[in-house]
Ligand binder design. Sequence first.
Ligand SMILES: Nc1ncnc2c1ncn2[C@@H]1O[C@H](COP(=O)(O)OP(=O)(O)OP(=O)(O)O)[C@@H](O)[C@H]1O
Length: 719
Amino acid sequence: MAHPIAYVIVLCCDLTLWLSLLTGLLWFEGTFRLDLIWLSAFRTLSWVVLNGASSVVGYKSSRPLLKHWVALLCFLPAAYETVQTLFSGTQRGFTPVPTLGMVVLNAVAATLVYLVWEKAFPSNGSPKKDAKNERKDQEAKALLLRVIHYSKPDFLYLGAAFLFLILAALFESCIPYYVGKVTDVLSGKYKHGKFKWAIGFMSLYSFGSSMFTGLRGGLFMCSLSRLNKRIRHLLFQNLMKQEISFFEENKPGSLTSRLVSDTDKMGRSVAMNVNILLRSLVKTCGMLVSMLSLSWQLTLLTCVEMPILALLQNYYNIFYQFKRQELQDCKAEIEQLASSAIGAVRTVRSFRAEAQEQKGYEEALNRKLQIQIRKGIYSAVHLLLRRFVTVSLRVAMLLLGHHLISSGQLSNGSLLAFVLYQKEMVTSMKHLVFVYGDILNTVWSAEKVFQLLDRRPKVREAGDLVPKKLEGKLTFENVTFSYPCRPNEKALKSVNLELREGKMTALVGPSGGGKSSCISLLQRFYEPQEGEVLLDGVPLHHYQHQYLRNQMAAVSQNPELFSGSVRYNIEYGLHGCTMEKIMEAARRASIDEFVCRLEQGYDTDVGECGKQLSSGQKQCIALARALIRHPKILILDEATSYLDANTQHAVQETLSGSAGQTVLVVAHRLQTIEKADHIIFMENGMVMEQGTHEHLMARRRRYYQLREKLFTLDSDQQN
Ligand SMILES: Nc1ncnc2c1ncn2[C@@H]1O[C@H](COP(=O)(O)OP(=O)(O)OP(=O)(O)O)[C@@H](O)[C@H]1O
């Protein structure tokens, strides 16, 4: 709010102007009447003077507000007199001079209207729009521009759509005029020729507007679908580049919802609103011209409706935003509950947690229902108030229309045409006032999409090193690492280890020792906070991403398979693999016999995520998927844990026969790694001891103790 002194100074200036006028009128000794025209001229002059004064006395931030008030102060008397003249039908005048009461009343009325207006349409300088809100508006505008920017490739479609939009709106705004003409012809002395013309034009405009509307809609939908496809593609591309911890922090449900519904909402809400905005703008202009040509008095009355409706809408919008956010959160929660329960249905069933899941789901549904009911009640009250305002003004308009018809200023048909225009006009103006705000509101769904689109992975960019020959020696140099979600807990503490080229190294130790963390670092899923992981003496991030992926293959304990055939899963990510190569990999992974027994062999579908296979079979297929690449470095993290002893033995035989391949094995069953060239024992994120099996057994320390413990457990189980 501007400083009160500024208002007082402006008010004093205004009083001085009124006093000057008073003196002038006294000079003419009552022979001069201050009629409507002179009053308007005087107030325009006052506005120029007071506007200048407010520029000098107001603070920079409060000047716009002061100027709004000055405008009202100056033009309200003229507007009031105009309305009075309209209703009384005769022009009044101030006789002989304006009274002090009237001047004060004017100031009070101006202030009141100003306060109502500022509440309905808070302007930039309004206290409600503080710096934060203004920044938000700026950001929303920037987002909107960005959405428009992404629509650039469709500019031909959009250009044509806008052209049809303008034509449709113009044609549409001509229809009521000709409806009025037809009514006039029918209610007066019937003239066949005039009737035919009026009907002809009416049909022509109706047909034209329908045709252009259809074309506009089709083209908009087409460009909207193209925009959606483009954004989704880019988003998916960027998602695939993110680091693993990003997927741990963001649940799959929320990411897919952003990918599907937010992109959809973004395109739909922004494109639809821009469509409505432009259509309303063209229609409003066209109709305003037609309405003014019919009756300027009725047009003025129609325009009164807007500020009142805007005030109502403003309050409703604040509530609506709040409820919508609540509803969205609730929906996301419901989606998450359903997808986690359905996804883990086996666990739910085996722990008999169906009732618990059902209860949780029902509670979330109830919360959503409550929000929806409250939203519905507020919406009904809002609608009721709006209707009341609309109907009241319509009655006032019909009364004025009746007065104009009886005084011969308007024909019956023109009143009908006006009523038709008025209905459309109010809708269009409403759109104009609210749609822009709505664009700024809905554009926030675009923000979520853009946030994801702009996210850069938090791992160092891969380099471009592509050596012709790779030895396959891996070294951990003083590696300290914490998972991003638990930054204060060290999973690895100054780890130094070496995987010798062409040899098999085994990582063993109790659970939580840090074995899988080492493997994650080797695959560059995460970056160590301290130290380096080196391949042939060069930090891993110096190598080209694709090169590293080709040289390294990993199989985990619970490998992820994709819906599709066995063949598809084995050759996953490779192009142009021959059947021989696929069969060879399957043979080495000891899965070929099983696959050949299947009715459709390698074309057999493995079900969603391989659910139609046993855990051991899944491990074998994953192993074949790794072996087909002939990687220089093979990482097996409990990769054969579900296999029976025979198959496990066969796989190990195959692996030990691959000369020149660096193999890293993580295993809990220590018998399986006895033949490894090197064994590293890890505990609490540290390397405790290392050496060959014989060496470690002879030391009789942690490795020996763990082996003895497992051996005792096994014997107990067998007894
Ligand atoms: N994704 C993760 N986010 C946060 N902490 C993790 C994550 N994975 C593992 N940890 C933690 O890091 C530490 C080392 O775990 P890691 O999985 O490397 O051990 P491990 O030796 O492979 O165990 P296991 O033999 O049971 O697989 C543990 O304390 C574990 O809780």
